[in-house]
Ligand binder design. Structure first.
Ligand code: ADP
Length: 635
């Protein structure tokens, strides 16, 4: 046996083998694609078997037999065109044109049985070239369009189709022009061998090839999705995993349903809004796979689950595969992939889906553990902060209490000893200051507690903020603790709780003094446009370390550099300030002062004034003290 004969034999046996492998699948699955695959390999295998039988019987030159063989062979391009339709769809006329071409070839085969020129071979070359060539190109285009494992399978099918068409055309040419000789023979045989190998890989690959085809997809899935193991909300993480799964398959989409531990529902993230949506735990293919605890395949999802047909169609889910997501014997949810078309080899897709479901399970489990760890450390952090808070609260309360008590005892002694003696005015003032400081601390604690249980109960009225700031400025100057106020020369009317806004400004000014440069006057700069007013309280003190700018607005949080300056402070002032400002529809943030220090910027929306020149009185601005009892006073 020559090498060429050996190649020929191997090729033929492989085509027959492919037919035998496609047969049980077509019987089992009975989908159009599996039947068309059977038609393709059946046509080639039957041609080979009949030709071998005829040779064995010595009747290979029977014209009717030759015509039948050619007709059977012409079925192959028809099957290929149908497969194109199965895998990617095409206009109906294309399929019908292929049928028409086939009928013409068949008629020609039998009507020219005894014609010496054999026009049917020429017609067949044309038929294979055009119809088979179209199918090969269509598969190639589909491969370029697809992603993931589908892309590689389609590429193999396209290559198989192209080599198959080439081999048949060369074979027919060789029969027409025998003088082409051995070289043509070699090329033909090699093309035929190449085609059967490519078809094998594309349609019915052996296990090791399947693993090799799957491996890059698994790797890519892991690459794309492991970074979400520990971060963010499930509503952000699930779409990432879904996209990675869909890409691994080259599918239209994928969805992950999360089982609720307490109720029989599966929860999904909706693509449009990113919100959670629930479905009964046995609804749709997903629910059935979850409930049955095994993989389920719907080649025609709308047909298999008619109740939900519209939903499937709306999602572009004709074929759907679902598998439960399990971890340590527990069902965490379900993974579904769906596509507009049937996949080439479904069993293998199921295996890939199960592998990906394992990965998704690992990711979900990891995310749960990370969340638990974070919750534990958050609890520890809260406990630590509360401890620090108690220590500093006790300290903060004790200092003014010591002053008040000390002064009271001195006064008491003096009065008892010498009732006629004039009252010590300075001592009484010190006592009053200490008592005010105590009152402020208690108010702060009460505010923080109220905020924990709802809001502060804000009463809003139109107020001229310029006036409020002016009053604060005056008050502080009288106390001998002036600020440098840069105001705006027009009414700045906002709908606010006057006392609360004054409380915010006072708090920022007190902080600027506490953490600012020694002796420096805090600067308060007011700017405004039509819509909002911006109040900046500026100091040149210790500033806030990077990374803590947001945290200082948390309850009890004190910046790491604050302890150096003072150990008084509850870490509640800014927390309360932010809540007050936000309840007024404004914002508050910290910026670094150029050259060092802090700038706290609060913004508040202004009332849109129809007539800009309207006197403030017309808006019934509430006059009154800038801070009613609640504002921090001096220590
Ligand atoms: P505290 O009672 O500790 O001052 P606050 O809520 O008012 O509480 O402030 C929270 C923390 O923010 C302070 O402990 C301090 O670390 C930091 N902070 C506030 N204002 C300033 C400022 N002007 N300069 C630097 N750090 C500041």
């Amino acid at each position: 046996m020559t090498a060429l004969e050996l190649i020929n034999l191997v090729t033929q046996l492989m085509f027959i083998g492919l037919f035998l492998a496609a047969l049980p699948r077509a019987v089992q699955v009975r989908s159009r694609a599996s039947l068309d695959t059977l038609l393709l390999f059946g046509s080639v295998a039957s041609v080979l078997l009949i030709a071998a039988g005829a040779r064995w019987l010595g009747i290979e030159s029977n014209p009717a037999l030759t015509a039948s063989i050619l007709v059977l062979l012409a079925l192959a391009p028809v099957a290929m065109v149908r497969l194109v339709d199965d895998f990617r769809g095409q206009p109906a006329w294309v399929t019908w044109a292929a049928y028409l071409g086939f009928v013409l070839v068949a008629v020609l085969s039998f009507t020219t049985l005894s014609t010496a020129e054999r026009p049917v071979e020429i017609a067949l070359i044309g038929f294979f070239g055009v119809v088979g060539g179209y199918a090969a190109l269509a598969f190639a285009a589909e491969s370029r369009r697809s992603r993931g494992i589908t892309r590689r399978r389609m590429a193999a099918v396209a290559l198989g189709a192209a080599l198959f068409v080439g081999a048949i055309v060369l074979l027919l040419l060789g029969a027409l022009v025998p003088s082409f000789g051995t070289l043509l023979d070699i090329v033909t045989q090699l093309a035929a061998l190449g085609s059967v190998l490519a078809f094998w890989l594309g349609f019915l690959p052996p296990a090791w090839v399947r693993r090799t085809l799957r491996e890059p997809e698994l790797r890519r899935f892991i690459d794309r999705s492991t970074h979400i193991a520990g971060v963010g909300d499930d509503r952000d993480a699930l779409p990432v995993m879904q996209a990675a799964v869909a890409d691994a398959f080259g599918a239209t989409g994928a969805s992950i349903g999360i089982a609720d531990p307490d109720r029989p529902v599966l929860r999904y993230v909706t693509a449009a809004t990113g919100d959670w949506i629930e479905y009964p735990a046995d609804g749709f293919i997903a629910g059935r796979a979850f409930t049955a605890n095994r993989s389920i395949v719907y080649l025609d999802a709308p047909g298999a689950d008619p109740e939900n047909a519209d939903t499937y169609r709306g999602a572009g889910a004709v074929t759907a595969l679902a598998t439960p997501i399990r971890r340590g014997g527990q069902r965490l949810g379900v993974l579904v992939v769906y596509a507009r078309r049937e996949p080439i080899f479904t069993e293998d897709d199921v295996t890939l889906l199960e592998l990906l479901a394992d990965q998704v399970g690992i990711l979900l489990e990891t995310r749960r553990l990370v969340r638990e760890v974070a919750a534990v450390s958050a609890r520890e952090e809260t406990a630590r902060m509360k401890e620090e808070f108690l220590a500093s609260a006790a300290h903060d309360l004790r200092s003014p209490l010591t002053v008040v008590l000390g002064q009271a005892e001195i006064l008491e002694r003096r009065v008892l000893r010498d009732p006629e003696r004039p009252v010590d005015a300075a001592g009484v003032s010190r006592m009053a200051r200490g008592a005010r400081r105590l009152r402020d601390l208690v108010n702060t604690l009460l505010d923080a507690q109220r905020l924990e249980h709802g809001g502060l109960g804000i009463a809003r009225h139109p107020v001229d903020l310029g006036e409020v700031l002016g009053e604060i400025d005056e008050h502080l100057r009288e106390e001998g603790r002036p600020i440098a106020l840069t105001a705006v020369d027009r009414p700045l009317v906002a709908l606010v709780d006057r006392a609360r806004i004054a409380q915010v400004v006072m708090n920022l000014v007190e902080n600027a003094r506490k953490y600012g440069a020694d002796g420096g006057e805090p600067a308060v700069e007011v700017t405004a446009d039509e819509r909002e007013v911006r109040v900046a309280v500026i100091d040149h003190g210790i500033g806030i370390p990077d990374g803590e700018r947001e945290r200082i607005f948390e309850r009890f949080y004190r910046a790491t550099n604050a302890q150096r300056v003072t150990d008084t402070g509850l870490g509640l002032g800014l927390y309360i300030c932010r809540r007050i400002v936000e309840e007024h529809g404004g914002t508050i943030r910290h910026e670094a002062t150029p050259g060092g220090g802090s700038t706290f910027v609060a913004t508040l929306p202004l009332i849109e004034q129809a007539a800009p020149a309207a006197p403030v009185d017309d808006l019934s601005v509430v006059p009154g003290p800038p801070f009613v009892g609640e504002a921090p006073a001096d220590a």
